[in-house]
Design a protein around this ligand. Structure first.
Ligand SMILES: NC(=O)c1ccc[n+]([C@@H]2O[C@H](COP(=O)([O-])OP(=O)(O)OC[C@H]3O[C@@H](n4cnc5c(N)ncnc54)[C@H](OP(=O)(O)O)[C@@H]3O)[C@@H](O)[C@H]2O)c1
Length: 436
């Protein structure tokens, strides 16, 4: 691995500090995936951020310094806002730097001008983190779904708004009450206008639509209605009718023209997207070949956003490099120590288990069986014992175990299976919590 791609970063707030942390924590993995060294060589920030350690990094107090540093290949714009950020990005482009940004307002409002400047200079502009935070939705549209004519897409793309709606519905609380809580929890800004009036969602929708349909960014033509006027009783009536109200960004390519709209929307509660709650985001995309696909995940947060920023950095670095073997992620990883990773035999895998035993309906059976599990070190989390069916002398006995290995379970089950009270093969199914 010979090449080094050098990063300059402007801004060291929530996202900037998380980028520093993830780059440091996953350095060797990121280098392996990029097929070269990725080095953060220059940060421009007015002040330090205690959330990350920059003591060994070159930090300038001028946010423009990385854009002017001749050593920097890729400029990360993480200051937010539109005017200064636009000046910064255009300066970086003029200096021949590739751009990675998390700034939806910048791309939605000035993207056309920025892209034109980037084309002139033959540099890349990447903005995966600008829409739906950690969900790789831009890459999904540009790469995974690139064979499709996108017919429509619909997204819950503002976590603050979704948190407020979820709390209004589940707690029967009014808008202002929940907004105050969202501000206390740090989900909503002191000035929540962008989130609750739908402007933030409209920025993101304009970006998604432009990529999905291949048209210029048209934020100014996006119909935008927020959630601040939403009445609790409408949420309740919608529920009675079998609907949930979600704040959706919808883009639809019709024969008459493109619909671009952000507004509170009733969705049948049986739809997966209707059950996306709290600060989570989701985007549903309908392609003519693939059908509907749903993409769900964290729409904000330092590290979730850093995940998208760094993925863009790796993409840019691979293109700069031009070495095709680095375009195949698995190959570049195999080059590294990760090659030594072993696949765990199933006997050593730890999960909880659902067990259905068929046992004789006689006193003491449960305690006999429980003893075999506890002797093996397996805790039982829950038990269901059923009455025998008329004329039957056996009953199903359902056990939910705590975490254990397949090997441990197998040895306990061998004993339980051989008990005279066990009259049929034990059914075992693995339980996965799939929590974070
Ligand atoms: N936070 C998220 O979860 C998230 C998710 C997706 C996308 N984004 C986007 O990521 C970008 C950064 O967001 P963030 O949450 O990291 O913001 P943040 O915590 O407010 O950090 C902004 C950083 O930029 C600096 N900055 C802002 N204005 C400046 C100016 N005029 N001159 C010099 N420095 C300036 C700030 O410096 P000071 O500390 O000195 O003010 C700070 O270092 C935004 O475009 C945002 O929309 C954020």
């Amino acid at each position: 691995m010979t090449r080094t791609t050098k990063l300059g970063m402007a801004g060291l707030g929530t996202v900037g500090s998380a980028v520093v942390n993830v780059l440091q924590r996953n350095a060797s993995l990121i280098d392996a995936r990029a097929g070269q060294r990725i080095a953060l060589t220059h940060i421009g920030a007015r002040r330090d951020n205690p959330q990350c350690d920059t003591s060994k990094l070159h930090v300038s107090r001028d946010v423009f310094a990385p854009a002017d540093d001749p050593d920097v290949d890729v400029l990360l714009e993480l200051i937010g806002g539109t005017e200064l950020a636009k000046e910064l990005v255009l300066r970086g482009i003029a200096n021949g730097k590739h751009i990675v940004t998390a700034n939806k307002a910048l791309i939605a409002e000035h993207g056309n001008e920025i892209f034109a400047a980037a084309r002139e200079q033959a540099v890349q502009v990447c903005f995966e983190a600008a829409v739906a935070g950690g969900i790789p939705i831009i890459k999904t549209l540009r790469e995974g779904l690139s064979a499709n004519r996108v017919e429509w897409l619909a997204g819950i793309i503002n976590g603050t708004g979704n948190f407020i709606l979820t709390e209004m519905e589940s707690g029967g609380r009014d808008f202002n009450d929940v907004l105050r809580e969202a501000q206390q929890k740090g989900y909503a800004e002191a000035d929540p206008t962008f989130d609750v009036e739908g402007i933030d969602a409209a920025h993101k929708l304009a970006i998604l639509a432009s990529i999905a349909f291949g048209m210029p960014l048209q934020f100014d033509k996006t119909f935008t209605e927020g959630i601040s006027a939403l009445d609790l009783q409408d949420i309740a009536f919608a529920k009675e009718l079998g609907y949930r109200i979600k704040h959706l960004g919808i883009a639809r390519n019709t024969a008459q023209g493109v619909e671009l709209r952000v507004h509170p929307t009733l969705i049948p509660d049986s739809r997966l997207i209707a059950n996306v709650d709290g600060v989570m985001n989701a985007v549903l995309i309908k392609g003519d070949a693939v059908g509907a696909t749903l993409h769900y995940g964290a729409g904000a947060g330092g590290e979730a956003t850093a995940s998208a920023v760094i993925a863009d950095v790796i993409d840019v670095a691979r293109v700069i490099d031009g070495e095709t073997k680095h375009h195949v992620p698995a190959l570049s990883v195999v080059d590294q120590a990760l090659e030594a990773l072993q696949v765990l035999p199933i006997e050593e895998v730890t999960t909880a288990f659902y067990l259905r035993l068929t046992v004789l309906d006689e006193p003491g059976v449960l305690s006999t069986i429980s003893k075999h599990f506890s002797d093996a070190g397996i805790s039982i989390e829950a038990v269901i014992q059923k009455q025998p069916a008329p004329g039957e002398n056996t009953v199903p006995l359902i056990l939910l175990t705590d975490l254990t290995t397949q090997r441990t379970l197998r040895s306990a089950l061998d004993q339980v299976q051989s008990l005279p009270q066990t009259t049929a093969p034990v059914v075992s199914l693995r339980v996965e919590n799939l929590g974070a």
